[in-house]
Design a protein around this ligand. Structure first.
Ligand code: UD1
Length: 342
């Protein structure tokens, strides 16, 4: 970095992964500007970030679907790079309301990229997902694994998003990195920020912690007849703080102009696969809580196994996950206890 701190726009900066990334950016000396429309986040997250870093980031409540508001924002700001989290992420909802997902996730991406190009902001990091691989033929999954037809409009927005960015980098000054997240879990150790699911959680870990907290009666384990060691599906659970740090590594790569392609892709996971029953056992062991669960049928659209080959991220980004599944579950539980007592 030069003498002037770099100013980074974080869209969706009050969301789960966004807020943890803002903390790491500030800890690393970056100046952060957050855009968030609060559609799936709370303004109090700003206080949580401030409590951890002693530094209140600049915040703008802007709906990125408002093209003019996006244009006005960029016209009035000096931004060195953008980390773009803002998107809707409920798979089931995306099946019910595909157009909402294409507008929220694709139209907004286009508006942000248009203003970046116009204002010569040339560094972009995109929240992608291991969902682009579908059920991969080879495990662990490398970045060169073929993408598979998306199972949902949500998944499709991640694939199309990557394509839109890649095509833009071919003809513009833009340089971009897509981070393909595996399954993010956990919370900041301070318990100032964490995941805030609205309504009944769809993802495993919030359902686990809410069940242990007595908010949900029973955790349903979706299927025990998968071709895996214990019959339950296998995923790569990555601690959100490790995931946040991957964004810093990717941003440095772009700002230092050491990327070798204009658009690059990295898996962000631990490299370790854990089954649903592994997660339940690890949760009970690391928290001492007993979990009420029952085996039910498979959930539609679920794949059998997905875990990352992280060699590229390790060697090229110089990033490696440091925290364990147990760390993630313990921090998620501490966060759940705090949220419940409020
Ligand atoms: C899901 C999305 C994925 C998205 C990711 C974001 C689907 C099909 N995929 O991934 O596109 O990028 O979230 O975080 O929704 N499970 C249970 N009981 C539960 C909840 C989950 O057994 O109550 C199981 C699932 O069957 C799966 C594992 O736990 O095997 C993880 O599920 P989840 O947290 O929803 O993540 P993914 O389905 O992997």
């Amino acid at each position: 970095m030069g003498n002037q701190p770099k100013r980074i726009l974080v869209t969706g900066g009050l969301g789960f992964i966004g807020s943890h990334t803002v903390v790491e950016l500030q800890n690393d000396g970056y100046e952060v500007v957050i855009i968030d429309d609060l559609s799936n986040s709370k303004i109090e997250v700003l206080d949580g970030i401030t409590a951890i870093t002693n530094n209140k980031p600049e915040y703008h409540q802007i709906d990125l679907k408002n093209k003019q508001a996006v244009a006005d924002f960029f016209a009035n700001q000096k931004i060195d790079g953008v980390i773009h989290f803002a998107a809707s992420k409920a798979v089931g909802e995306s099946v019910e309301q595909p157009l909402k997902y294409y507008e929220n996730n694709i139209a907004t991406l286009v508006y942000v990229l248009q203003e970046m190009v116009k204002n010569k902001v040339n560094h972009f990091i995109f929240s992608s997902s291991c969902t682009v691989y579908g059920q991969a033929d080879v495990l662990p999954i490398t970045e060169s694994a073929p993408t598979k037809p998306a199972e949902s409009p949500y998944g499709n927005t991640k694939q199309i998003g990557e394509e839109i960015i890649a095509e833009t980098t071919k003809v513009e000054e833009l340089n971009a990195i897509a981070l393909r997240y595996f399954n993010p879990i956990g919370a900041h150790e301070s318990t100032e920020i964490g995941e805030l699911p609205i309504g009944v959680p769809q993802n495993l870990i919030p359902f686990v912690t809410q069940t242990a907290a007595g908010i949900r009666e029973t955790l349903s384990v979706f299927g025990d007849d998968y071709p895996t060691p214990d019959g339950t599906a296998v995923r790569d659970y990555i601690h959100v703080v490790d995931l946040a740090k991957a964004h810093i590594a990717a941003l440095k790569r772009l700002l230092d102009k050491i990327n070798v392609q204009k658009m690059e892709y990295f898996n962000v996971g631990t490299g370790k696969g854990s089954s649903v029953l592994d997660v339940i056992k690890a949760f009970e062991k690391s928290t001492g809580e007993k979990l009420n669960y029952k085996i039910v049928g498979r959930r539609e659209g679920d794949i059998t196994s997905a875990y990352a080959n992280t060699t590229k991220a390790n060697q090229v980004l110089g990033w490696k996950s440091a925290l364990t599944l147990e760390d993630g579950l313990e921090s998620a539980w501490k966060w759940q206890c705090k949220v419940k007592s409020q």
